[in-house]
Design a protein around this ligand. Sequence first.
Ligand code: FES
Length: 165
Amino acid sequence: MVNIKIPDNPQYQALTLTLKTLKRKRGPTIEALHRAQEIFGYIPEEAMYLISKELGVPVSTIYGIVTFYHFFRTESIAKYLVNICQGTACHVKGADKILRIVSDELGIKVGETTPDNLFTLSTARCFGCCGLAPVMIVNEDIYGNLTEEKAVEVLREYKKKEENN
Ligand code: FES
């Protein structure tokens, strides 16, 4: 895991921001792992490496914690993680309505996965791109300035893509 390249995208930028704050606290590893799982829906290897680097905790220790606690996942359970920001800027711009319509469209609640394992629905506090509020991220694709109609359209595009595969 030593030479892993950390992707430069809003998800990793959000995690880096959290890690910089956590560095100043005592025993921040578990909180960092929770934040990583909130952002990605699971804890990718790159996130473990980034936490290790930023907090100065050996990767082996982090891996040990992740495998010890059953609530941490190391693999994505669905093909698409639909993550809807519920941070302040997004909230002000109607993120709750986006979450409601996405939940209805997928037929699942936050933390659940569709029976076909295509979508897992998740929420996060802030992706660090508040200028695009309200924001939804599907895997690594960012959708900003969302309306309820646009959110449904985006999801239907993913569904259509899967039907054509
Ligand atoms: S509050 Fe949603 S991206 Fe910052």
